[in-house]
Design a protein around this ligand. Structure first.
Ligand SMILES: O=C(O)CCC(=O)C(=O)O
Ligand SMILES: [Mn+2]
Length: 199
């Protein structure tokens, strides 16, 4: 990849949010190589979350790396340094976004029946107006936004392999997001969300 390559971001037309999409942050070859390496090398785990007193397995596999401990949905992710397979991805994300991140949550969706429900990335340790960069490899999946106060229509983006989605400003304060299940016969997808944990 030449140093002069420019990365084009499109802003999503949603109010009270700053959401930018860069479709080709990684070439098709890079995206499929990263997918294969991460699928094989990461120690994927199916975590359980507690909902109404019941232990429920999450409908996806995941793994956390970062300088600081990070907790969400009652799960505590201890600090673990980035493994070498992540370093080229970390460098590219830094180059494209110009932002600093110190942690990454990886999610593996085995097929269309894996998903992530409505939530915001608004844990206190991410601070005010967090910046989140989300990189996708493998199957394209829909990513839906729903405004907390329902004052705007929901909005859908398709996250293609090799894409980067950047969420900033009031996005988490005003909107929820989710990756819905799909009946389409699709293969695996790996998503990495880079975050800055403040404490
Ligand atoms: O898989 C995705 O695109 C979304 C992941 C996500 O929202 C999260 O990890 O908080
Ligand atoms: Mn999220």
């Amino acid at each position: 990849m030449s140093e002069s390559k420019s990365y084009n971001f499109k802003r999503a037309p949603i109010s009270g949010a700053e959401v930018y999409y860069c479709e080709k942050s990684f070439s098709a070859t890079e995206a499929s190589t990263h997918l294969k390496i991460l699928e094989k090398r990461i120690k994927w785990k199916q975590n359980k979350i507690t909902l109404f007193g019941q232990q429920i397995p999450e409908p996806r596999l995941s793994c956390w790396f970062g300088e600081k401990t990070y907790s969400y949905s009652g799960l505590i992710h201890k600090s673990i340094p980035y493994p070498s397979q992540l370093l080229p991805i970390v460098r590219r994300v830094k180059k494209i976004t110009g932002e600093n991140f110190n942690g990454v949550l990886l999610n593996l969706y085995r097929d269309g029946s894996d998903s992530m429900g409505w939530h915001s990335d608004n844990e206190p340790e991410l601070g005010k107006d967090p910046v989140i960069a989300s990189v996708s490899f493998g199957a394209a999946r829909n990513f839906l936004f729903k405004r907390r106060d329902n004052s705007s229509k929901p909005f859908c983006l398709t996250l293609d392999p090799g894409s980067l989605l950047l969420m900033k400003g009031k996005t988490q304060e005003n909107w929820f997001h989710k990756v819905p299940k799909t009946k389409k016969n699709i293969g695996i997808r790996i998503n990495l969300t880079f975050r800055m944990v403040q404490y």
